[in-house]
Design a protein around this ligand. Structure first.
Ligand code: NAD
Length: 330
């Protein structure tokens, strides 16, 4: 199926948005113009310099919306999504967005997303608005391998067009059923992933303190009923899985503050929908305290292993595998 892309707008050119917009610039047809906006002027200028005949700067979200048929937004939180869409002077909806396709990829609370959707459908019944949060981190955004959880039903007539566009930025696009359900899926996923990281850190720590090599523990979890991606590929203990952020001083991962944000949104969502949630409060406190700990802030969220007092130096600083030496002697 082929689709027409006359003009696409992209708002929010941060850690995720910039590489996502770059994929669009590389993959959309040569005649399609991409209008961009960010509150940081340098972010706009950088992209315009990178793609001089393709990416065009906009003065604000309204200016961008006037020129774009499809608009993708990727800003930090609900407050920014509200202002980008609903600001009466400069927001997307301060111009006529009838027939436009609006896609919000930000991870925000479902209530704000539904509020924005309702405003759009009340004022512009022929417009289309979707929540489409993403998973896979900055590395996934750069590689174009993010997963996109789309607040859209399988039978929605826009689904083929949405999938075609979103697959330029990510690998899998999963329609989650309807408005705000992409966000509900993303928050429930991050809740689960956040809880697993805490449990994995505790499990590694108790096993290691009992005398087990963390590499053996990882094999045990992989073969046993505890198998999960955090232990396999995002191993909280440094030096077990080479590509895990923990093995690179917890750099270039999913920042602990972002996990705290998503975890908090998930706990709020659980409360709102009446889901019993015994791990929520303890998980939220753990990520809040870790986020405020200078040893952990700005690092990958699996730094929770460090926060809980896990041994990171189990191999020994001199590069000699002390664990093996110890076991050969005993
Ligand atoms: P970021 O802070 O790096 O980028 C956000 C960008 O939005 C910035 O460039 C900022 O200047 C811009 N912005 C803020 N307010 C704006 C406004 N009113 N108008 C226009 N631009 C505005 O954040 P990020 O890491 O790119 O995350 C964006 C969203 O994606 C968040 O909701 C985050 O939770 C989610 N997310 C992030 C990751 C990750 O690993 N970083 C992974 C998955 C999802």
């Amino acid at each position: 199926m082929s689709f027409e892309y006359r003009s696409v707008g992209f708002i929010g050119l941060g850690a995720m948005g910039k590489p996502m917009a770059e994929h669009l610039a590389k993959k959309l047809p040569s005649e399609t113009l991409i209008y961009v906006f960010d509150v940081v002027q340098a972010a706009i200028d950088q992209l315009c310099t990178e793609f001089p005949n393709k990416v065009v700067k906009s003065a604000n979200a309204k200016d961008l919306a006037e020129k774009s048929d499809i608009i993708v937004t990727m800003v930090p939180e609900g407050a920014q999504v509200k202002s980008v869409y609903l600001d009466p002077q400069t927001g997307i909806c301060s111009t006529d967005v009838s027939k436009k396709l609006l896609i919000d990829c930000s991870t925000i609370d479902t209530a704000t997303s539904l509020l924005v959707k309702d405003h759009i459908y009340q004022n512009f019944p022929t417009a289309s608005f979707y929540d489409a949060p993403v998973s896979g981190g900055v590395v996934g955004a750069v590689k174009g391998t993010i997963a996109i959880f789309l607040g859209c039903s399988e039978s929605d007539t826009n689904l083929p067009r949405l999938t075609h566009l979103l697959q330029m930025m990510g690998k899998s696009v999963i329609p989650c059923g309807g408005p705000s359900l992409g966000l509900a899926a993303k928050l429930s996923n991050n809740y689960l992933s956040g809880i697993i990281a805490i449990a994995a850190s505790e499990a590694f720590d108790m096993g290691m303190r009992s005398g087990l090599d963390p590499r053996v523990l990882q094999k045990v979890y992989a073969a046993g009923t505890a198998q999960n991606t955090i232990c396999d590929k995002f191993t909280p203990v440094p030096g077990v899985y080479a590509e895990a952020p923990s093995s690179n001083e917890y750099k270039n991962g999913f920042k602990v503050q972002l996990m705290r944000k998503d975890f908090g949104l998930a706990v709020d969502m659980a409360r709102r929908v009446g889901s019993r949630n015994v791990l929520g409060e303890v998980g939220l406190k753990t990520y809040t305290d870790a986020m405020n700990d200078p040893r952990c802030r700005d690092l990958d969220s699996r730094v929770i292993y460090r926060f809980l007092g896990g041994n990171e130096d189990w191999k020994g600083k001199d590069g000699i595998d002390h664990w093996d030496l110890h076991h050969q002697r005993t």
